[in-house]
Design a protein around this ligand. Sequence first.
Ligand code: SAM
Length: 297
Amino acid sequence: MKNMKKKGELHPSNPHKGKYNFKSLIKSSPELKGYLRKNPRGEDTIDFSDNNAVVLLNKALLKTYYNIDNWDIPKGFLCPPIPGRADYIHYIAQLIHGKNNNIRVLDIGTGANCIYPIIGSQSYRWDFVASDIDPKSIENAKKIVGANKNLKNKITLKLQKNRSNIFEGIIEEGDRFDLTMCNPPFHASLEEAINANKKKVDNLSKGNSKVKKGLNFGGQKAELWCPGGERLFLKKMVKESLKFSTQVTWFTSLVSNKDNIRPTKKLLEKLEAKDIKILEMSQGQKVSRVLAWTFKG
Ligand SMILES: C[S@@+](CC[C@H](N)C(=O)[O-])C[C@H]1O[C@@H](n2cnc3c(N)ncnc32)[C@H](O)[C@@H]1O
């Protein structure tokens, strides 16, 4: 697959490459101005451990790059870093060779933020079905879609009523999807999720005693964990995907823990997937990957 990016950089089609342009972001969202800080090099930044600042940055990015005027999330819900989420969209666009005509995508676990359908529909004009097991997330995502003219008729939200199902109950008879995508719950227990969140906040807020600890990225409730964590979620997704092998062209999932790639790939080989790809994404020091598979020859 053609990949002309340098190590540590976002996908070449990602509009968030390089540093945030706070001057233009403030123009579209003046509220962000009050949260600007200088970094040690004297450049504008925000305090990324401050939840309010990160939510305002997201509002500004969504307005500036995706024409989304009305976006918000309830307190305590996952506030997604937009550049990394956009990278997933641009990488899977390669699987369908950048096609944007009549493309249907299923986002499993869209969250209250509905971030992938927003970026995918505005970057490539894809149509989305998006699911979640959390009624509050679906309710908020519906609110976002209803409040933005350019999202109406592009995104359909569906509540997954059985939390042990992934595609079942969401993909209907006669449906077809070019792509499915998912950012799976990572942790295996609520306690593990809370501890990891605390560590992240501690790291981000080093030397800043004013930061309201534990609030920043939110999502510490059901959004970030499921029994068995990421590995079991992937296993379930792969097993269930076989049942929908003729209705979906490419199944994909983010895999945060690289140790989960091998067992998942092994299972896919056992199920005789026709093609399996690992798309490596990197942003600075952080590396993550998308696992993609198809049963179509
Ligand atoms: C890590 S969050 C991702 C949220 C959003 N897509 C993002 O990237 O910011 C995982 C989401 O999956 C949802 N979820 C967990 N199990 C699910 C299932 N079986 N079907 C659909 N969604 C599920 C959770 O409620 C949560 O919103």
